[in-house]
Design a protein around this ligand. Structure first.
Ligand code: TXA
Ligand code: MG
Length: 350
């Protein structure tokens, strides 16, 4: 299959390309598109054949449900059993935006889309290209991140192309995404709201909006937890670069020393070493490839660059990676959640 490619600026949307992409989706094809979090791999959420194609293109296990993307609030009613009060509050406050809500599904949503579950995850993305595409496609676009299963989510169209060229009908290139980590997922089907995947919208923000405590899935930051995570996708070794990643935490000076001595030892063994530092520290490392994730005081910058860096290390065929650790406040929790998964929870404290 030849994959069409359309470049557009979010301030100047190419409506002709959007029309073409919308038709592809309506006809059961697949289109990758930018959202504010990461690129999504879209198919018609109400067409079970489309969902099957998404799993095949990603090489994703079919028990791992897809998020249904909508562009207008009215479109929520037909796909859920009912809209709980809390969902109304969160939609009002955070949509369009990086928040996914898990709700009880209606019969309109095929089990192929929900991985066999009676619930459906729904999100209204805050990106003009995504919103225009969803409308052009009839209102319901199922979209996982547009990467091959197990690889870091794409934050640039070039990474989508690497994984999906020849496997899908079209890619919409809207430049680098703004947030860089997948949406926060909150489950509203039980008594107490529960975060299943941390993201830009934090527990504190949800608690403030709802006025009640919000729980977190215990498996989120903890490698030893025996229970399976409630978001089926979180059980897979996700976001993994090809190189073997270790996180080194502790006081800055000691971290730099430790990473430099580990780097030297690995290079002597013939490994190609990559280091993830921050703006203040990158000058102090001696590795084959040293990259700054951004400014430690502005964790948004780190969220935005993390997956790009992991992907670039893959391109450079780095075999061993060391990363500094990050504070778990605000979006830092999402950063560390993804980094810990990418590292298979391999952390060394100095
Ligand atoms: O930011 C995002 O959410 C991106 C963009 C494209 O919107 N999408 C994304 O989708 O990250 P994906 O498929 O890569 O991750 C969806 C996660 C998986 O861990 C999946 O198991 C979980 O959401 N999920 C989906 N439906 C669910 C449900 N009904 N109950 C629990 N977890 C669900
Ligand atoms: Mg994903």
């Amino acid at each position: 299959m030849e994959t069409k490619f359309a470049v557009m600026d979010e301030k100047n949307i190419d409506m002709e390309a959007i029309g073409q992409a919308g038709k592809i989706l309506k006809d059961g094809g697949l289109v990758a598109f930018p959202t504010e979090t990461v690129y999504g791999l879209g198919g018609d959420a109400l067409n079970k054949q489309s969902s099957k194609k998404i799993y095949a293109a990603k090489g994703r296990p079919s028990d791992n449900p897809l998020i249904v993307h909508i562009a207008e609030l009215e479109k929520l009613t037909p796909i859920v059993e009912k809209i709980p009060e809390q969902a109304k509050v969160l939609a009002e406050k955070f949509w369009p935006g990086p928040l996914t809500m898990v709700l009880k599904k209606s019969e309109a949503v095929p089990f192929e889309t929900t991985g066999g579950l009676e619930t459906v995850a729904v999100r209204m993305p805050n990106h003009p290209v995504a919103l225009a595409l969803i409308k052009a496609a009839g209102g319901y676009v199922a979209a996982p991140s547009a990467n091959t299963s197990g690889k870091p989510s794409p934050t640039l169209a070039r990474f989508v192309q690497e994984d999906m060229d020849g496997r899908i009908d079209m890619i919409l290139d809207g430049g680098q995404v703004g947030i860089g980590l997948e949406s926060t997922i909150v489950d509203l089907t039980e008594e107490e709201p529960m975060i299943l995947r941390p993201g830009y919208i934090t527990k504190e923000m949800l608690e403030e909006a709802l006025g009640v405590p919000v729980a977190s899935d215990r498996t989120m930051m903890n490698a030893d937890c025996k229970e399976p995570p409630k978001a089926p996708g979180m059980k897979y070794r996700h976001y993994a670069p090809k190189g073997d990643l270790t996180i080194i935490t502790g006081e800055e000076k000691k971290v730099v020393e430790k990473i430099n001595s580990l780097t030297k030892a690995m290079q002597e063994k013939g490994e190609k070493v990559g280091v993830i530092g921050t703006d203040d520290t990158v000058g102090n490392y001696h590795a084959d490839s040293v990259k700054s994730a951004g400014n430690r005081k502005e964790e948004e910058t780190i969220a935005k660059e993390l997956y790009r860096i992991l992907r670039e290390f893959d391109e450079e065929e780095v075999t061993v990676i060391y990363s500094e650790g990050f504070d778990e406040n605000g979006i830092g929790q999402a950063i560390m959640n993804r980094l810990l998964k990418a590292a298979g929870h391999h952390v060394e404290q100095v």
